[in-house]
Design a protein around this ligand. Sequence first.
Ligand code: HEM
Length: 120
Amino acid sequence: MTHVHITTWALGIILFFVALSLHKSGKRKGSRIVQMILRVFYLLIIGTGIELIMRYHIPVTMLYILKMAVGLWIIVIMEFILMRTTKDRRTSVLWIQFVIAILLVLYLGLKLPLGFHPFA
Ligand code: HEM
């Protein structure tokens, strides 16, 4: 089932917002620690995604490649937003990408055959 994958990315996104809010409230050290844990979650998100493909011997079609690419893109965006926020640089373009990528990955993930598929 897809529950482990869902748990890892849901916790990852929560940790991302926790790291941001800790940074904004001046708790720099706490933010850095949460960011380290978040990086472990990046690996868990990627690992559980790949594990799904291996376990169910899924033929990797274009839609799967797109799903994985957008999933990786979200991880890159989260890392960049945190990096630029700590350097007090602008992040508006990254936030627009974040929203688009989240909507796209939810659509693709839920359209693909494993787990929930309301858009199939
Ligand atoms: C933050 C990043 C990510 C989010 C928000 C996300 C979201 C999702 C969602 C919503 C599903 C559908 C679950 C279900 O129907 O039960 C899913 C499935 C899946 N994800 Fe991800 N994902 C992310 C990253 C990744 C990455 C990096 C990979 C690959 C390395 C990946 C590979 C997969 C695979 C193979 C499936 C199964 C698709 C299917 O056949 O239904 N995901 N993901």
